[in-house]
Design a protein around this ligand. Structure first.
Ligand SMILES: [Fe+2]
Length: 277
């Protein structure tokens, strides 16, 4: 096995591991890599949808997304599609997946199907480091507080991304839950800064103005480049991230004359997580 670190903050590209191997030892090796590096990548993985599902099931039950329709054959797989002429793509801002749920996603396994010649890298940011390096005054203000995470706006994604499909019966419900701003990782015991630009709306117990000011500072801090890594996709690559301890950002840099004019297609499977504490 070879491990190539992607940045000083997080992320590793792994070679010499067979993702089709569903043994307990292989699961433990991959999970240890995941906990250590927080996001891991494997290139040239010619795995089928069934094999991707079998891999994901090692981590627990699979999620069904509230808004996005899965594949007919495998509803637990969401196909993320950016059509040729689209500049934008799903996931194009800092977030953790479905943090508006009471039990947000534990981990995601994303496989690239079609990748443009340029553009569409994914960035990840390490929220353990974000907590450690956060301004001490802000830490004091927020350390025992909760924040509201809301899906408000997420239901309209199908209007924004024409290659994506919502559920047949359109879901307009808003999902809203409170989570601790600093959560403890259930496996490593590490503290994690658990708010995100896309879904976190307000710190509970503070006036809206003060909450907005603090959240703005935190969101800027979380986007510091020295907390991040960036993955340049190739086709048949698999990414797996610990959705509890990282933020991610799918860069929509499909500008005319460069990235525009090409499809980008990914198959995504998400594993159910615990309630943050
Ligand atoms: Fe995402």
């Amino acid at each position: 096995m070879k491990i190539k670190l992607l940045s000083g903050a997080l992320g590793a590209e792994i070679s010499g591991i067979d993702l089709k191997d569903s043994s307990k030892e292989n699961y433990e090796t991959i999970n240890n890599l995941l906990l250590e590096h927080k996001v891991i990548f494997f290139r040239n993985q010619d795995i089928t949808q069934e094999e991707q599902i079998a891999l994901a099931e090692n981590w627990g039950s699979l999620e069904h997304h509230a808004y996005v329709k899965g594949l007919d054959k495998h509803p637990e797989i969401i196909r993320i599609i950016k059509t040729k002429e689209e500049k934008n793509q799903w996931g194009e801002n800092w977030h953790t997946d479905v943090s508006y749920n009471i039990k947000p996603t534990k981990a995601v396994i994303l496989k690239s199907i079609k990748i443009p010649p340029v553009g569409g890298d994914t960035c990840f940011s390490n929220m353990e480091l974000a907590w450690e390096t956060l301004d001490e005054n802000i830490k004091e203000r927020i350390k025992d507080k909760k924040a509201i995470h809301s899906s408000l706006g997420a239901e309209f994604f199908i209007d924004n991304y024409k290659g994506m499909t919502g559920h047949e019966k359109r879901n307009y419900d808003e999902y809203s839950n409170e989570h601790p701003i600093v959560r403890t990782h259930p496996e490593t015991g590490k503290k994690i800064l658990y708010v995100n630009w896309t879904y976190t709306k307000q710190i509970i117990g503070l006036e809206k103005k003060e909450s907005d000011e603090i959240l703005k500072k935190i969101f800027e801090h979380q986007a510091r480049l020295d907390l991040t890594c960036r993955f340049n996709w190739t086709e048949n690559a698999v990414a797996m991230w610990d959705n509890r301890s990282v933020l991610h950002y799918a860069i929509a840099d499909f500008y005319p004359g460069r990235g525009l004019g090409h499809e980008r297609i990914m198959d995504r499977i998400a594993i159910e997580g615990d309630q943050p504490h």
